[in-house]
Design a protein around this ligand. Structure first.
Ligand SMILES: C[S@@+](CC[C@H](N)C(=O)[O-])C[C@H]1O[C@@H](n2cnc3c(N)ncnc32)[C@H](O)[C@@H]1O
Length: 356
């Protein structure tokens, strides 16, 4: 199971990359990359990609999503599959996840944080440690380390006792949470990928006039640094001061301006107006802090704006049942051509219907 990420564009990534047009000499910049679903679709079409996010765990997932076989030969271990086999054979060894995010937290925090069974937490700790040892000993390259960490986060997610995010754990164990954690190798495309990875605030990201820049900012108050705090810790392999019922690590330094209703419109406008690009694509939702019309008005200052509508199904329920329940989210992609001025109002472009 992949990581169930709030606002993931996995189901609409092809439609978004369609709007970018064919790959050219510039880069496809996925500036709020999250899981990297959109960057992966762009890389598949031959784009050189840049992935950026304020969360290191997200950048790691995204790089993992775009790497090709030729980027990760695993010469030091024989092969990618061999690396996965070796990791799956590692004996559990209680570490930070075990003491803070399994029932063993009763001894360190006075309550059972039921994110992982004790066995799975100890195995995740041991696998994380093994990856660090291989990296320190230069048995694996930085790209290979990145791929294994991305796989480890996916494996953790598939046995996490949660209902989608790490914002809270479930009181009762789910069937999947009781299964033994195990890494699954992904199918890597037969290529090498030109990928540039940046961890940082989007306002610090530098782009050029030749780039196609995709923005997929948060659109609700949910802060990713808090909702995915355990992925951050697993990725970092650190031992932060954590507290509260859910064992939250300090996250405020990564809080996003886009999650505040009163600040979102100003932030979005500043971002688009301050970006150098050949084309800018901005995803937003009808459930977001900022109304479509307000955003459209503000963006017009940046150039010619076309609004594309991409209908998708509500959070985590990609099936007919959810659709029948009227749980439809309308995703907009604002296409901004920074060179010319003027607005094509929503619905005026026939091509939009293709995505409905
Ligand atoms: C809607 S999600 C992106 C989802 C992604 N397109 C996908 O398909 O998985 C928004 C992402 O923006 C990141 N983010 C929020 N504020 C940011 C900022 N100021 N600078 C960089 N990244 C930020 C979050 O960590 C999160 O990963």
């Amino acid at each position: 199971m992949g990581v169930r990420y709030i606002g993931s564009k996995a189901r609409v990534s092809e439609a978004i990359v369609d709007l970018a047009g064919p790959a050219d000499d510039g880069r496809f910049v996925d500036a709020f990359c999250g899981t990297g679903a959109v960057a992966a679709a762009a890389a598949e079409r031959g784009w050189a990609v840049t992935v950026n996010d304020s969360l290191p765990s997200a950048v790691c997932m995204s790089v993992g999503a775009v790497l090709g076989q030729k980027d990760v030969p695993f010469d030091g271990l024989g092969s990618y599959h061999r690396a996965i086999v070796l990791l799956n054979e590692v004996e559990g060894e209680p570490g930070f996840l075990h003491s803070h995010y399994s029932p063993a937290s009763l001894h360190t925090a006075g309550l059972e944080r039921r994110y992982f069974t004790e066995d799975n937490a100890a195995r995740l700790d041991a696998m994380r440690k093994q990856i660090r040892i291989w990296s320190t000993d230069e048995i694996i390259s930085p790209a290979e380390e990145n791929l294994l960490l991305a796989d480890l986060m996916q494996a953790a997610n598939s046995v996490a006792n949660i209902s989608g995010t790490y914002g809270c754990f479930l009181k009762n164990w789910t069937t999947t949470a009781r299964k033994n954690v195990s890494l699954t190798p992904r199918v890597l495309p037969d290529r090498s990928t030109d990928v540039h990875a940046v961890v940082g605030d989007v306002f610090a990201l530098s782009t050029t006039e030749g780039d196609t820049v995709y923005f997929d900012p948060p659109y609700t108050k949910r802060q990713y640094s808090a909702y995915y705090h355990i992925l951050e810790t697993l990725h970092a392999g650190d031992q932060p001061e954590v507290g509260g019922i859910t064992g939250l690590r300090p996250w405020q330094d990564k809080s996003s301006v886009f999650c505040y209703k009163v600040k979102a419109l100003d932030a979005l406008t500043r971002l688009v107006l301050g970006t150098r690009a050949k084309k800018i694509l901005l995803s937003y939702s009808n459930e977001g802090h900022v109304a479509k019309e307000s955003l459209l008005n503000a963006l017009t200052e940046a150039g010619r704006v076309t609004v594309h509508e991409i209908k998708t199904i509500g959070r985590y329920r990609p099936n007919a049942q959810a659709s029948a329940a009227g749980d439809t989210v309308v995703e907009y992609v604002f296409e901004i051509d920074p060179v010319s001025c003027g607005t094509v109002p929503a619905g005026a472009d026939d091509s939009e219907a293709a995505y409905a």
